[in-house]
Design a protein around this ligand. Structure first.
Ligand SMILES: CC(C)(COP(=O)(O)OP(=O)(O)OC[C@H]1O[C@@H](n2cnc3c(N)ncnc32)[C@H](O)[C@@H]1OP(=O)(O)O)[C@@H](O)C(=O)NCCC(=O)NCCS
Length: 253
């Protein structure tokens, strides 16, 4: 996501005090990126550098990511378009908060291969679904209103979207439904599908989910079976293709 243009809403402006830890005073503007979900299931947090006064919102470019060895969260660092900071400079400017974690600043490359989670259907997911379901499989009913409430997982290879799936909670249960799972043909059978599945399962688990349910095309049944899913019930036809319901109980330590 380095190089990505984003909109940041600042809820902790420069000079403000952390709501729970009075020893942390924000030395830079800090906020979140609406529509992008971070590792903790909340909207993605971001430091804004290069602005020396308290602000309410900011448009800029992601110049670095901050990983925390001892935390599931990753932070992003955003700066005005075209403005660069070295990793050392960034480390110094965000130390007021990051010194409490084992964190590392990454400015190199695009961190290619990270699966991003979106609360709105991103263009990349539309591209993958159109390529696989509409063009390759010639299905017609691709878009529905579940897209508006689902979380969308997207994997890029550099600037190219290559895999997607969506996940949503089944009414008031602890079951999550996974669907619209697609990997571009040229990226199949190299483990991309398994990584996506694992990421979606981890997310559902973090959200309190106990089980994943999915309506598999029969042609993909063995892919899911290899990943711990079992059949529930018999074959049904959806859009003229044979499908089967499959489920898996999820648990991570
Ligand atoms: C089904 C799909 C998502 C699998 O993705 P993928 O990236 O190729 O899967 P992976 O490479 O991670 O495969 C993981 C394992 O499953 C196996 N596998 C993958 N697709 C399989 C299939 N269709 N049938 C049987 N086994 C399959 C792989 O060989 C691998 O096995 P291994 O661990 O023994 O090596 C992908 O083929 C796809 O997008 N298909 C078209 C769209 C589709 O049908 N989506 C499913 C809708 S329900």
């Amino acid at each position: 996501m380095i190089g990505k243009r984003v909109h940041v809403v600042i809820d902790r402006p420069l000079g403000s005090v952390h709501p729970e830890h009075a020893n942390i005073v924000y030395e830079v503007n800090y906020g979140y990126i609406p529509g992008i979900i971070g590792g903790d299931g909340e909207e993605q947090d971001a430091y804004v550098l290069g602005v020396d006064e308290p602000i309410e919102s900011f448009n800029g470019t992601v110049i670095a990511t901050v990983s925390r060895e001892d935390d599931v969260e990753e932070k992003w660092v955003v700066a005005p378009d075209g403005v660069e900071f070295s990793a050392e400079e960034i480390t110094k400017r965000i130390a007021f908060q990051e010194k409490y974690f084992k964190s590392a600043v990454h400015t190199e490359g695009s961190r290619e291969g990270k699966i991003e989670i979106y609360s709105r259907l991103p263009d990349g997911a539309k591209y993958v679904r159109t390529t696989v379901f509409t063009k390759e499989q010639e299905l017609v009913d691709e878009w529905d209103d579940i897209d508006e409430r689902a979380k969308h997982f997207l994997l890029m290879d550099g600037k190219k979207p290559i895999a997607t799936c969506r996940l949503f909670k089944k009414d008031d249960t602890d079951i999550y439904i996974l669907g619209r799972f697609a990997v571009l043909a040229e990226y199949r059978r190299i483990g991309v599908g398994r990584r996506m599945l694992n990421e979606a399962e981890k997310y559902a688990y973090r959200m309190g989910g106990k089980c994943i349910l999915l309506h598999s095309q029969c042609s993909a049944e063995n892919f899911y079976a290899k990943n711990g899913y079992s059949r529930v019930g018999g074959i049904e036809y959806e859009q003229g293709r044979p499908h089967v319901w499959m489920k898996k109980t999820i648990s991570f330590s």
